[in-house]
Design a protein around this ligand. Structure first.
Ligand code: AMP
Length: 430
């Protein structure tokens, strides 16, 4: 079987590795870290050819932009099997207003909100909310169109900048204003075949650029799985309260949704509430969820693409942590073209994968930086603490001028996990 993965980042690298356990993989356009032959003799190759020109038994579309632009529809019209929603379903991510309206119709728990294209009404709505305040662009903004603030003045200024088009162009000419929810965050990715749902393990990503959740939002600076604060029953609850009803609402709109439904959640005192839905695998959540999947991913994606999802996902008991290494200036600006040192040494550690997220090969065959998020170091271990220590051990080998990363990915979760494990042991002994 041959599978074509569309995309070029760390998420697509993780997908390619997981699919390559049971199929040959070609990635378009891919990146220079991907080509390899697996121990079973399966291959990952890359091509510059557009997806429409690639021959494969299954297409898996990574990023949201081509989904929103209708790539899955185009491929399906050519008779191809595709894992990824059509443009109708991808509107969930392409328009936050559409997503919030559908959540309300499906009675999925979510933050109170209003949709505005005019400053006066938006300001009145803001003043009616208790704060913190949240302002989001309606359209796609590479994960950076969201402001969460304790200052109503800042929220008002942000609404003005977005609506005028000065901060996000056309993506911000309509905004969603929301009440700010409080609680730990968690992501749940579920594979869907239009009717059935197969949830993967919960994960958490870190969106802010600096330690302690300081600084501006990024596409994601790291992630881990499992999420100890989520508890054992979270997955069932989120499927019942948030994913099933949404898939039903999509079906009632005539949308046959075959792809990932990714619920971004906040675990409030009143229970989990949906912050957002994405229509693709999360980046970098995928990098920590797929290594924990104890099932044939290729089979699951094929089944979902053909509307016959049967395989129950099983998750390994281990943990996985991903640390993103970013280029100087990210996320405000991006310096590129720096030679990356130490990639091979980092990958020598057992249990470590060095995924390429934004790299290219220069004229001399050296791997250089080519984006904001450049390298994702993932590590697996028996506990979050073990996986985290291993990931940071591997990170130490890698460097280029201006490289930066967070040093606290999964730190609080690892402490929480260790403390609850101790309590359980002490409880059992007494
Ligand atoms: P989104 O792109 O909607 O996932 O938002 C990006 C980030 O902004 C989320 O991961 C949250 O950290 C934060 N956020 C979004 N909406 C809210 C909300 N209603 N309350 C609190 N934080 C939020």
């Amino acid at each position: 079987m041959k599978v074509c993965v569309v995309g070029s980042g760390g998420r697509e690298h993780a997908l390619a590795l997981a699919i390559a356990r049971t199929a040959d993989v070609v990635v378009t356009p891919g990146n220079p870290g991907m080509p390899r032959v697996t121990p079973q003799g399966l291959r990952i190759s890359v091509t510059d050819a557009p997806p429409e020109a690639v021959e494969a038994d299954l297409f898996v579309v990574g990023p949201e932009q081509p989904l929103v632009e209708g790539l899955a529809d185009k491929l399906r019209a050519m008779g191809r099997a595709v894992f990824g929603p059509g443009a109708d379903g991808a509107r969930l991510e392409g328009s936050k207003a559409f997503m919030k309206d559908l959540l309300t119709k499906a009675r999925v728990p979510t933050a109170r909100y209003g949709v505005f294209d005019e400053i006066g009404e938006a300001r009145a709505f803001l003043r009616d909310l208790p704060g913190p305040w949240v302002v989001k662009t309606d359209g796609l903004a590479a994960g950076k169109g969201v402001l969460v603030t304790d200052s109503i003045a800042e929220a008002e200024a942000d609404v003005e900048a977005k609506l005028s088009g000065s901060s996000f162009g056309d993506a911000g000419r309509k905004v969603v204003v929301e009440e700010g929810l409080v609680g730990p965050e968690c992501s749940l990715l579920a594979l869907c075949d239009g009717k059935r749902i197969a949830p993967l393990a919960p994960a958490q990503d870190s969106k802010r650029v600096a330690d302690g959740d300081e600084g501006p939002n990024t596409g994601g600076m790291g992630a881990y799985s499992p999420v100890p604060v989520a508890g054992d029953r979270l997955v069932d609850r989120v499927i019942d309260e948030a994913v099933e009803p949404l898939l039903g609402a999509l079906r009632r709109q005539g949308i046959d949704y075959r792809g990932v439904l990714y619920a971004g959640l906040i675990l409030t005192d009143e229970g989990p509430k949906v912050l957002e839905y994405n229509v693709r695998f999360g980046d970098p959540e995928t990098q920590v969820v797929l290594p924990r999947l104890d099932e044939d991913l290729t089979a699951m994606l094929s089944e979902a693409a053909s509307g016959r999802l049967r395989t129950e996902p099983r998750t390994t008991p281990g943990s996985c942590v991903c640390v993103v290494l970013a280029s100087e200036g990210y996320p405000i600006s991006t310096r590129t073209g720096d030679v990356i040192e130490g990639l091979d040494e980092a990958a020598l550690h057992d249990g470590v994968e060095v995924l390429h997220a934004g790299t290219r090969e220069d004229e001399d065959g050296r791997i250089v930086t080519a984006g904001g998020r450049v390298i994702d170091v993932t590590a697996t271990g028996r506990s979050l603490s073990e996986a985290r220590d291993l990931a940071y051990l591997a990170v130490k080998h890698i460097s280029w001028p201006g490289m930066h990363n967070r040093s606290d990915i999964a730190a609080a979760a690892a402490s929480y996990e260790a403390a609850t494990a101790n309590e359980a042991t002490e409880g059992g002994a007494s």
